[in-house]
Design a protein around this ligand. Structure first.
Ligand code: COI
Length: 356
């Protein structure tokens, strides 16, 4: 689907790495396909969009991004579908979110049509890298960084925008144990919580590592002011099934506007499930889990898709949630989402964008 007519120059690799790659056994984010899309922002405009062989970047130690983290990214996926075609899942939503992040981080926005063309063309070139199988996809990582050589604190004048792809399977290979974090914060009102910027993730590493050292896969972040309200979980938005109602924190500026989150809400509502997007207190979660009213909880994200939460810990109490097989609501919504992405059912939302 070409939407701009702007020419993307393509230089194919002389030697594909695909024959020596075991697509059945890829680790998430460790294997990279043959090509990448690159484009530079200089003199107030985006120039020379091209697809080139995946290769290392060369940069000055004074490159701005290395010092002050003016960088943003996205994550989306391409799937092999039942009819043998390849499709992107909701790329326009990721493009819109990247441009919101760009504005928040004082970076130039990207022309939407060109961005979509770049995604389509890149996936077309490397479509053979998509693994076969149920949990397989091509994970697509667009990112932009400040490329000026300068160490004063100011927005860069120049930027580089790159997209590369990775063949992937699941992000988590088991239901996750999470702990509600009430000491450290991921975001504050007025901060960058809603932007998909590198710094948000860097700041979360230390508390997450402390949780991992105690056997938890992820934290559930709480609000930075009072630590009384749940926000999101590590790399995912978070959902709770309390007494048959799907409850998730509302988008208040400190939470990532998840595309998977949005898709789940849409599907659940259309399946007749009651959905509440609102403030969710830690107390409500703890009481529901303690009284057996929490029928399931899961994280939702592009990389993780739906990651079932096995247990939630608050303070010294760990609440084990029902077996996965008993999680009727989460399984139903997850299955429907998966069926749409894999083309097993018709796509009533026009979410899927064909690559060829
Ligand atoms: C995604 O789900 O695409 C993300 O960006 C999370 C990531 C940090 C792996």
């Amino acid at each position: 689907m070409i939407t701009t007519g702007q020419k993307i120059a393509t230089q194919r690799t002389q030697r594909s790495r695909l024959p020596e790659t075991d697509l059945d056994n890829v680790k998430f984010g460790r294997v990279f396909s043959d090509h990448m899309f690159v484009m530079d922002y200089q003199g107030g405009s985006w120039n020379a969009p091209s697809i080139v062989p995946f290769r290392d970047l060369e940069m000055s130690p004074a490159t701005l991004v290395l010092h002050y983290s003016q960088t943003i990214f996205e994550g989306l996926k391409a799937y092999r579908t039942a009819d043998g075609s390849v499709k992107l899942f909701r790329p326009q939503a990721n493009i819109a979110r990247m441009n919101r992040s760009a504005e928040r981080m004082c970076m130039p926005t990207l022309p939407e049509g060109l961005f979509l063309d770049a995604l389509v063309e890149l996936v077309k070139v490397d479509r053979e890298w998509i693994p076969q199988g149920e949990d397989a996809a091509l994970y697509i990582r667009p990112f932009m960084y400040a490329s000026d050589e300068y160490i004063g604190v100011k927005p860069s004048d120049g930027y580089k925008f790159i997209i590369f792809t990775c063949p992937v399977r699941g992000y988590y290979n088991e239901p996750v144990r999470v702990r509600i974090e009430t000491e450290y914060s991921r975001a504050f009102p007025g901060g960058t919580g809603e932007a998909k910027c590198g710094g948000n993730y860097a700041g979360g590493l230390y508390p997450a590592k402390m949780g991992q050292d105690r056997g938890y896969h992820q934290l559930i972040w709480t609000d930075g002011l009072t630590h009384k309200y749940v926000e999101e979980s590590g790399t995912m938005n978070v959902f709770f099934n309390i007494d048959g109602t799907l409850v998730t924190p509302g988008l208040d500026g400190t939470i990532l506007r998840g595309v998977t989150r949005d898709s789940i809400i849409r599907i659940a509502k259309d399946e007749g499930i009651r959905v509440e997007e609102r403030q969710v207190s830690v107390e409500e979660i703890v009481v529901a889990a303690r009284n057996g009213r929490m029928r399931s909880a899961f994280g939702a994200g592009t990389a993780a898709t739906i990651a079932h939460i096995a247990s939630i810990t608050f303070g010294d109490e760990e609440f084990t949630l029902p077996e996965i097989a008993q999680r009727e609501l989460a399984n139903k919504v997850g299955q429907r989402l998966d069926d749409i992405r894999r083309g097993n059912v018709t796509d009533p939302y026009a979410w899927m964008v064909p690559v060829a």
